[in-house]
Each structure stands twice: as structure tokens, then as C-alpha cells.
Design a binder for this molecule. Structure first.
Ligand code: ZN
Ligand code: CA
Length: 375
């Protein structure tokens, strides 16, 4: 059993530290001290320098007691969305909220606290275990920039458990979409709108034709696309010659993501040309999708660990990205675990006290299940 009182105090301590994306220095230092006190070999990478942040990803390594046992990774992110300055957590009727002026920061301090308390208890009780790596990432919010820049050569685990999902402990995310970002410029030809409109090509109208021809919204059960922003134009007496558009496409299936991306590029290019204009489409990959299968060891261990605690298990897909997209791409099969965070990214964010403790028990249970597995 974990120490509930200690965990609650630590969760409160962590959420009170301001740690916006790329400003994780203070929380990183405190977390590093905690990991060192637990006996971990602690280090930090130079991701902060690369992405213009105050801290890098924090690594800790705990050598196992069972040579040959599965080597596992636990990860959560240290940064929070705004507003996260001066968070005052409030516990009432078994539910933890902020005081209403900020987010709570259970996304993802619930994950951080569960890993710290779960492993601390494992070490205190000297439970049999394989090698354990912990990675607390920076800059997960707004583009997974911490995990994106970490050196895959530093990864030592056979499988990973990323504690960063809504849903009660026992929810296991086994598939998530990849995402591409589009920067589109539609060009027309400028002219005086009153004197010589026939000499112009209106980029707004050209863009309108392209957008009308575009498949967007829900494409199928695992594929989506969206136009984010459109801007351009000026005075009404000028035929507009330039419109800028941002968009995204997501799919859990790499081929479908490629097909939707191709469709979007081609639609803008061909429709613009057909209307006397031109489109320049820049595509940037945000991250790759991942798909785990039910019979993979990482999924089996998640399931067994949750069932051993009597938690209801559900294997699910998600529409959002997380650090697991990168850990999977780096070759460490990684599932994302529900830790009970709710209404994240809003001032109504909350977590049930019980889910906090269950998440730490789940970390312990995963250590137990994986210690029995051979690599
Ligand atoms: Zn998160
Ligand atoms: Ca988030």
C-alpha cells in the first residue's frame, strides 16, 4: 500500500509550483531532488536549450533487483497549460479542484505524483523489480516538444507506461493518431476592384472554392481534418491577392494520414490553378501515430496490473497526441494510462482523491507484474 497522506501532500506541493510550458526549472529541480532521495541516478538532458526552455527532460534510473526481468519506463510531463500561476488546490468531498481562478494541474501532476509515490513505496518495501527508468518531460503541451527532442539512445526500457490520460485508472490508451500541420498560402492577382476587376484574381474567392472542395471534419472513425485559421485581404477596393490558411489532419492509420494529407495538398493546388490562382502548401509532421495490440506484453501487463487491483479495464483509442507517440516511435512500446484527471485545460479541472491513490497503486502493480516477466 502506498502512503496516501504523503501522496496527497506531495500532489498539493507539486501543483502549487508554477510550471508553464518551457518554464519548468523550479519543478524540475524539486523533482530531481525527490528522485535522488529515492536512490535514483538522476540526470537532465539539454532539451531546454534546444526548445528555448528553462529546463530539460529529467531522467532517473533505478537498477532492478531481478536481473533478466523486464525493464520498464514510467513517464509523465512536468509542464502545465495556462493559467497555472498560484494554483490553490482544494479538497472537498473526495474531489480535488483549484479555487476556480486557475487550472488544477492534475494534467499531469497526477501522473508525476503517482510515479513518485508508487516507486517510492516499491523501493521502501524493497519489492522485487526489474530496471526502472523514469522520464519527466518538459513542454508536452503545445506539441510534445520535450519528448520530440530527447535522445532515443537514452531509453533503456523494453516497454513504457505514460501516466497522462483522463479516465479512471484502468483505462488504457493503446492507439493514438499522428498529426500533420498545414500552412497554406493562396495567391491571386491584385487589381483595382472598381476600375479593372477583370484584371484581378481574388485570392479569397479562390480559397473559397478550394475550401468548398475539401474533405474535412470527421473523415472516418480514425481520421479527422480541420481548418484552423484563415486570414488575408484588405480594403474593399482592392482585389485580394493573398490569403493564408492553417489546417491540420490526424489519423491513427499512417496510410490514411498520408492520403488525407495528399488530398488536402492537391485540392488547394488544383482548385487554385483552375481558378487562375496558385496555392503554396507547406506540410509539417507534428508526430506519428501509434497502435498497440492487445496481445503485446505492454498491454498485457497494464491489464494484469489493473485487474490485480480490481480496477475495471478498458482498452481505448484517443484523438489526441501524447509523449507516447514519441516513445513508441523510438521503439519503446508505450501505453497511456488514465489517472483520473478530468476537464483538463479548464479552470473546472478536477481529480477524485481516490483516483490519485489508485494511480500510484497501479504503478506499484505494474512493477510487480513486470518483475515476473522475462525479457
Ligand atoms: Zn497531459
Ligand atoms: Ca494536456
Amino acid at each position: 500500500m502506498i502512503n496516501r497522506e504523503r501522496m496527497l501532500a506531495e500532489f498539493f506541493e507539486l501543483v502549487k509550483i508554477t510550471c508553464s510550458t518551457r518554464k519548468e526549472r523550479e519543478v524540475a529541480d524539486i523533482i530531481k531532488e525527490k528522485l535522488a532521495a529515492m536512490g535514483g541516478q538522476v540526470s537532465e538532458d539539454n532539451t531546454g536549450d534546444i526548445i528555448g526552455g528553462t529546463a530539460g527532460n529529467v531522467f532517473a534510473y533505478f537498477p532492478g533487483t531481478n536481473p533478466g526481468a523486464l525493464r520498464i519506463l514510467f513517464s509523465a510531463h512536468m509542464d502545465s497549460v495556462e493559467p497555472c500561476a498560484g494554483i490553490q488546490p482544494v479538497l472537498a468531498n473526495g474531489v480535488i479542484t483549484s479555487d476556480g481562478d486557475t487550472i488544477l494541474g492534475a494534467d499531469d501532476k497526477a501522473g508525476v505524483a503517482a510515479i513518485l509515490e508508487g516507486l517510492r513505496t516499491v523501493i521502501e518495501q524493497d519489492l522485487p523489480r526489474g530496471d526502472i527508468q523514469v522520464i519527466f518531460t518538459v513542454a508536452e503541451e503545445g506539441g510534445l516538444n520535450g519528448s520530440k527532442h530527447l535522445d532515443p539512445a537514452r531509453l533503456t526500457a523494453d516497454m513504457g507506461f505514460i501516466l497522462d490520460s483522463s479516465g479512471a485508472p484502468g483505462k488504457i490508451i493503446i492507439t493514438a493518431p499522428g498529426q500533420n500541420q498545414f500552412s497554406i498560402t493562396v495567391y491571386g492577382k491584385t487589381a483595382h476592384a472598381g476600375i479593372a476587376p477583370e484584371e484581378g484574381v481574388n485570392a479569397i474567392v479562390v480559397a473559397g472554392h478550394a475550401l468548398a472542395a475539401l474533405q474535412q471534419g470527421r473523415i472516418d472513425f480514425e481520421t479527422t481534418a480541420n481548418i484552423g485559421r484563415i486570414s488575408g485581404g484588405g480594403a474593399t477596393n482592392i482585389v485580394t491577392d493573398k490569403v493564408e490558411i492553417t489546417a491540420e489532419a490526424r489519423s491513427r492509420n499512417p496510410e490514411k494520414l498520408a492520403a488525407q494529407t495528399k488530398h488536402m495538398v492537391e485540392t488547394f493546388e488544383t482548385v487554385a490553378a483552375a481558378h487562375g490562382g496558385r496555392a503554396d502548401v507547406q506540410v509539417k509532421k507534428s508526430y506519428d501515430p501509434f497502435v498497440l495490440h492487445e496481445d503485446m506484453p505492454v498491454v498485457r501487463i497494464c491489464r494484469q496490473a489493473a485487474e490485480a487491483l480490481g480496477l475495471p479495464v478498458s482498452l481505448e483509442g484517443t484523438g489526441g497526441g501524447s509523449d507516447a507517440n514519441y516513445f513508441n516511435r523510438y521503439g519503446v512500446p508505450s501505453a497511456v494510462l488514465g489517472v483520473g484527471m478530468s476537464k483538463v485545460h479548464t479552470n473546472d479541472e478536477y481529480i477524485k482523491e481516490e483516483h490519485l491513490y489508485q494511480s500510484a497503486e497501479l504503478v506499484m502493480s505494474i512493477v510487480r507484474q513486470s518483475a515476473a516477466g522475462r525479457r
